[in-house]
Design a protein around this ligand. Sequence first.
Ligand code: ARG
Length: 628
Amino acid sequence: MRSWLGSVKLLGCPQIQRSIATKRSRNRVHSHYMEPIRQQLTKVFTQAFVEKGLESRFGLVTTADRPDLADYQCNGALAGAKSVKRNPRELAQEIVNSVLEKATSQLGTNSLELSIAGPGFINVKLSAELLGKIVDEQSHDRRFGSPVVETPRKVVVDYGGPNIAKGMHVGHLRSSIIGDSVIRIHRFRGDTVIGDNHVGDWGTQMGMLIVETKQKHPSLPYFDPNFQGEYPKEPPVTLADLEQMYPAASKRYAEEGQDEYKKEVLRATDELQSGRRGYKALWQHFVNVTIADLTRDYEKLGIKFDLWLGESFFEDRMPTMVESLKAAGKTEVSDGALVIPLADEKEPEMPPLILVKSGGGFLYHTSDLATAAYRSQEMKVDLALLVVDKRQTLHFKQIIKAAKLTGLAGRAEYKHLPFGTMNGPDGKPFKTRSGGILKLKDLINMINDEARKRLDELQAERPYGKEELEAIAEKVGIATLKYADLKHNRTADYVFDLEKFAKFEGHTGPYLLYATVRIKSILRKALEQGLKPGKILSPIKDSERKLMLELLKFNDVVTTAYNEGEPHHICEYGFNLSQAFNAFYSECHILRETDPTRQSSWLGLSRLTHDQLEFSLSLLGIQVPERM
Ligand code: ARG
């Protein structure tokens, strides 16, 4: 790692997705990166505080709250002075003197302008020369000034999680989109990540489907307990059959006076779970038919799972786990059920985790505890992230606590990343127009139609044909959907307003695509005139300086998104960066500039902005078309 403060050992560079633009710039350094400037400043300030005998934490430098007054700030002199009962402005002055001295030798003469504001805040401004130099460095760094983590971890991300035959609802869609982005962010930071789709394939709904199929086709061999032969390879039902069977069955199951039917369903579920051959074979068909369809849907979203270890995968592990917990004295019998008590002084209200129902049978609790054990003991992960609806918060609190109490979690950290609901205009969880369960295909088609409409408004005549237009509309559609979902605070509920989200102006996916494509076309036009991006110089215009500072924020933004599992920070960043570029582009007339080194510097800055925008979008799982 190179640093203005001397050289620090190289940490290595993990695979990152290569953006088109990255491939284009051959001079980009692949194995070195500089240390981000804010961190370097923090180091210098920390040294200054420590030399005064004060705690290192006072040296923290942050991005300035008031960008009109400063680029960065350090507030540590206030708390630092308080800790030793000194005058804060006086201490601030001493820190300023010490930092200036160090900066001269480490960052260059007159590299920083420091001033004290109010009761002792220290404002930091970078000299134009230093700023230009750092941004030029960043333009040669394939990681845009964002190093890999010091200790990469093995991480499993549990996301998606639809239930077989029940169809995907908006919660599953959100989980898929958020989980996919979380995975991309973790991979970029250097972690080894496994994405696991924990499908619900083992519950009562499977019993319902078995009973329904039996009523329709009673003579199929799956229902003959004496059948010894091989079961047919062809599934006896299509996806359309399943989609029609499940809602009918669950309605009937919930009705009064259907006790016989209910009993039959529960018996079928039990028999399936205890391994009845014909039911297992039939169940496998249900699973295969549904997963084939889900995979096609996910492909459209650009989402690919590494594993599909559904609930059924833990079938054999549940009884052994329960037995060993019992033997270890970790369980209790309560109202006929076998439970792990979880209430303690700190959380007296915490309900117990139910391992075995009274009368036998495992539950969601049981399979999730077995899942947690599997991930720590067999997959040997350091971290498991569960991207699941916030309505399951209590469930995961129980799982996490039980896994810790019993030692099943080992040293792995288990973390729930809850999210809110995507609502329709009626304030209830979003449904398609037909009012039925959300069909991802319908939703995507609906969004793509809207994208096509907007693209037509944008440009009546195009230099490209129908096929490309279709491909562009698809990318715009996916960007609309994903961006709308990711830009909100993860835990917030929001209303899905297609018209608003599909706009080409404002905080939307299409706007960001458009902003990126526009820079691409500026660069293309310049190239047609023989103008190439070159070395980035010290800024001379205000908007240019602001754009540079925005570019330097990338590492902090990605770090926060990574630490908090919150992709919305990257959405906000992309938007701010686009705005900063627009201001720069209208103040600095690149193509009309007469000084060739200035012109190529501005093109260099444009290219860096483009590449960082495109890469930020890729962290959200959004692809940018060549043109729009
Ligand atoms: N299938 C579950 C549902 O629809 C989500 C699964 C989430 N993952 C887990 N390990 N429980 O609610």
